[in-house]
Design a binder for this molecule. Structure first.
Ligand code: ATP
Ligand code: MG
Length: 393
């Protein structure tokens, strides 16, 4: 059976009144965006509170379903057969033909559930349920009815046209990107931060990203890996403005002036400061990191507290209570893992001390930072001013 349309279902919790229009418009926009790279021509439309995707040419079914399954806000994707209303007799034939084409093996149980959204249809829903059940039973000797746990639940919706569907492919849930403001993701080349971005985008938040690059200590290839990761996250979040900050001079100056066991913490404080500055300039309402308590020395409770101290915007850490293995599984699920494990150096690892502090105090860190004079301010300003902006989609 070659389906020509999809019904897109979305969770309606919290989608009421004025919110509803905004929610649906964002969903339409994200669906169109997701379908853009898919082979085929599609129309995405909203009619009487439902969202339909109609193919207007031959199209790649697997790709289209794959794309729709990545759109946040979608609770299910239903491949749909739409037929014109030519009266009940014609509908009986269409329903039998649907069952015949979609289910090769008829050794199954089924149930018909009709919804008459158009009240002028000659039969009531209950009458239609009974009648359609009967014609299906008559057509296929092996098939049986099970009203409690059917293998196939065939839904028949009488609208302007008649919709037939029986498959609900689960979507990712969440809310359409663009319904909940924008945040700045600190995106490294690792496993964690792409997953963190995914998690926050899932709540409807648009994502921008910042990557701290330290040439020549980190290579062009390491930067390309981050661009590749941003592109993978963008498959869910929509386009990402990626800011690449040249962090080398800042790092070298810290290396020069501060105790080496505190390098990572001080460096991370500067990363947060710079990220926050760019975030505020670009209307982001928060920062996002891939931190998880206790994962490394810079992510102990003490280290997180000291890092967080420089921020005035909220810092969202969606992986904070997750184990590495859980994060790895999620990254495999969303398709970022393979890229994340490519072996390219990270700017944090290059300057990392053998025995970094794991219980820094704010006082001791501030004391070390006092050695960084006005020259540091200049370096930070230059880093911000020279950041490269890459549009990733
Ligand atoms: P990840 O797997 O995301 O790289 P990680 O386990 O390597 O995380 P850290 O290196 O301590 O942990 O980084 C913690 C968080 O800080 C990252 O999740 C990311 O949000 C941010 N971060 C680290 N390095 C960079 C970088 N070079 N550019 C941008 N953000 C970074
Ligand atoms: Mg990292």
């Amino acid at each position: 059976m070659q389906f020509q349309a999809f019904l897109v279902k979305y969770a309606e919790i919290g989608v009421k009144g004025n919110n509803r229009g905004m929610f649906e418009d964002a969903l339409l926009r994200q669906i169109r965006h997701a379908l853009r790279p898919v082979e085929g021509k599609f129309q995405v439309l909203k009619t009487s509170g439902r969202i339909y995707v109609q193919a207007e040419s031959a199209f790649d079914y697997e790709e289209a379903v794959g794309a729709l399954k990545r759109v946040f806000g979608v609770s299910a994707v239903c491949p749909l057969k739409q037929v014109e209303d030519r009266g009940p007799e014609d509908l009986y034939r269409q329903v039998v033909s649907y069952m015949d084409q979609v289910y090769e093996n008829k050794n199954l149980t089924f149930k018909v559930e009709c919804r008459r959204a158009r009240k002028n249809y000659p039969l009531h829903s209950q009458e239609l349920n009974a009648k359609l059940g009967e014609v299906i039973l008559d057509a296929f000797p092996e098939i049986r009815v099970d009203v409690h746990h059917p293998d196939v639940l065939l839904r028949v919706e009488i609208r302007e046209k008649i919709n037939l569907y029986s498959e609900e492919i689960p979507g990712p849930g969440g809310m359409p990107v663009g319904t909940n403001g924008k945040a700045m993701l600190l995106l490294s080349g690792g496993i964690d931060s792409p997953v963190a971005g995914y998690r926050i985008a899932k709540r409807g938040v648009k994502i921008d990203a910042v990557y701290f690059h330290a040439p020549p200590y980190t290579s062009e290839r390491a930067k390309q890996k981050v661009v590749d990761l941003a592109r993978l996250v963008a498959r869910y979040s929509g386009p990402i403005a990626l800011h690449v900050v040249n962090f080398t001079d800042v790092q070298l100056y810290i290396y020069d002036k501060c105790p080496h066991d505190q390098l990572t913490i001080i460096m991370r404080r500067y990363m947060m400061k710079i990220a926050e500055h760019i975030a505020k300039e670009t209307d982001c309402l928060g920062l996002i990191t891939g931190e998880s308590i206790g994962q490394v020395a810079s992510q102990t409770m003490q280290s997180l507290a000291v890092t967080n101290e420089v921020c005035t915007l909220p810092v969202y850490r969606p992986l904070i209570g997750m184990d590495k293995q859980e994060i790895v599984e999620l990254s495999q699920e969303i398709g970022t893992f393979e890229t994340s494990i490519q072996p390219f150096e990270d700017c944090c690892t290059i300057f990392v001390a053998k025995h970094p502090v794991t219980r820094p105090t704010l006082k001791s860190i501030q004391k070390s930072e006092a050695r960084l004079d006005s020259h540091m301010e200049e370096l930070v300003e230059t880093a911000i001013a020279t950041a490269e902006r890459i549009w990733v989609e």
